[in-house]
Design a protein around this ligand. Structure first.
Ligand code: 2BX
Length: 415
């Protein structure tokens, strides 16, 4: 399931990436020997209703020319579609492997018993936020949340981690469309460290309000999401602030985002390096989307996750060959589903998105990259691995952590 339009058209780049992985799998004699894996792709348009309809057609009407059961589902991408399809799929013992869904709700193993994902949940940002608060002895924070399930469940997880690490969440402000009241409450409570959980369009409204209420500058530390468009704060046509005002409001804020392409130059499971994967994908995307820059093709950043998800499915099926007969697969074969679940949980390999391994909730863990905006440009300053607790500083002047942001007096920020 690869959305080509809708809220997030991630399938634009992720389908070509998945097909490249499939091609690699089918060329290997040591993976699924004697079998040829075929992928039938469908555009869900990021719609839960359409995704559920496609699932039903695949399972029953065979109108897609499929004369046998589908073994596994690659996708959906968008969280709302994964929520609908992922909850239904378990009724047919169907393994679902998403490459693009970030909703923390999908970690619920009761609702989504057969759901796996190579795209980590949004909650993965939280250990990194806590790590930095500890580094700078920031004991009192606030969370500003757009009323969307993905952000509210991320906020709940962040509050739980904060409590466990003696960090006080002094204010938790929710807003739907207009953040002005929430911002004035943060200012009234003299909050200095703010974690903002909202989509890009709302981020513009938040920082425009912060400017108008003079709630910005060196005494305030904003933490937001790193996967907005690079110049998101300059798209001022939907807010009543100028570009210059927005530049002032957003200056110095930090972002966290999941690292989806490894920095390694080592060959991956598919015997190619991550760099040659990118070069190959770019040339394909230039042909498919000649009027777009490759970076602006939907799902470009997540394409490595789709490539690795395809390899993960193939390797899991390959493992199951030793214990079952794929020809015997049918939707009422729960015993075989259990074998495939175990094989998914035991599948691990080095892919183009880094090391791939699924935890008991079907989630894959990754590193988190921390950036800071300075004079309108994002600078990568650190990378954090929540599993090892290791922080890598990516710029030497930050090594001692003291001169990171040349604030004259950090004590003003630990209030
Ligand atoms: C980082 C992002 C853009 C988060 O949303 C994901 C889509 C979703 O969760 O619906 C895709 N990747």
């Amino acid at each position: 399931m690869f959305p080509q339009t809708g809220e997030w058209a991630g399938g634009e780049a992720c389908l070509p990436a998945a097909l490249k992985a499939l091609n690699g799998v089918n060329q290997r004699v040591d993976v699924l020997p004697g079998y040829y894996l075929n992928l039938s792709a469908y555009d869900t348009r990021c719609s839960p209703g359409l995704g559920t309809t496609i699932l039903y057609e695949l399972l029953y009407n065979k109108t897609f020319g499929i004369n046998s059961s589908i073994l596994m589902l690659l996708g959906p991408a968008c969280s709302p579609v994964s929520t609908a399809v992922g909850e239904a799929a378990k009724m047919w013992n169907l393994i679902v492997l998403s490459y693009g869904s970030s909703s923390p709700a999908l970690s619920n193993r009761v609702r989504f018993a057969t759901f796996f994902r190579t795209h980590p949940p949004a909650t993965l940002h939280n250990p990194t936020r806590i790590k930095f608060f500890q580094l700078f002895n920031w004991k009192r924070i606030a969370i500003l949340i757009q009323t969307e399930e993905v952000w509210q469940s991320t906020a709940e997880h962040l509050e739980q981690l904060a409590r466990e690490n003696n960090i006080h969440v002094a204010v938790r402000q929710l807003f739907d469309n207009d953040p002005s009241h929430a911002i004035s409450n943060l200012k009234k409570d003299d909050i200095r460290i703010i974690v903002g959980l909202f989509y890009e369009e709302k981020a513009r409204k938040v920082f425009c309000q912060a400017y108008q209420q003079n709630y910005f500058g060196e005494g305030y530390v904003w933490w937001t999401i790193g996967w907005y468009a690079d110049n998101w704060f300059l798209k001022v046509n939907d807010i009543d602030c100028t570009e210059e005002q927005m530049m002032k409001a957003v200056e110095g804020h930090f972002t966290t985002e999941i690292q989806m392409l490894t920095d390694s130059t080592q060959e991956t499971i598919s015997n190619i390096t991550p760099q040659s994967f990118v070069a190959d994908l770019n040339s394909s995307l230039r042909e498919l989307f000649p009027y777009k820059s490759v970076e602006s093709v939907g799902g470009y950043v997540e394409a490595p996750l789709a490539y690795d998800a395809t390899w993960a499915l193939a390797l899991a099926l390959n493992r199951s060959l030793n214990r079952t007969n794929l020809e015997k697969w049918s939707y009422d074969n729960s015993q075989m589903k259990n074998i495939m679940m175990e094989d998914m949980e035991n599948t691990q390999f080095f892919g183009v998105s880094g090391f791939v391994k699924f935890d008991k909730q079907g989630n894959r863990m990754s590193k988190i990259v921390v950036e800071q905006l300075r004079n309108g440009v994002y600078h990568r300053i650190a990378r954090f691995d929540a599993q090892t607790g290791i922080i890598e500083w990516l710029r030497k002047e930050e090594k001692d952590g003291k001169r990171c942001w040349n604030y004259k007096n950090t004590s003003s920020m630990d209030r």
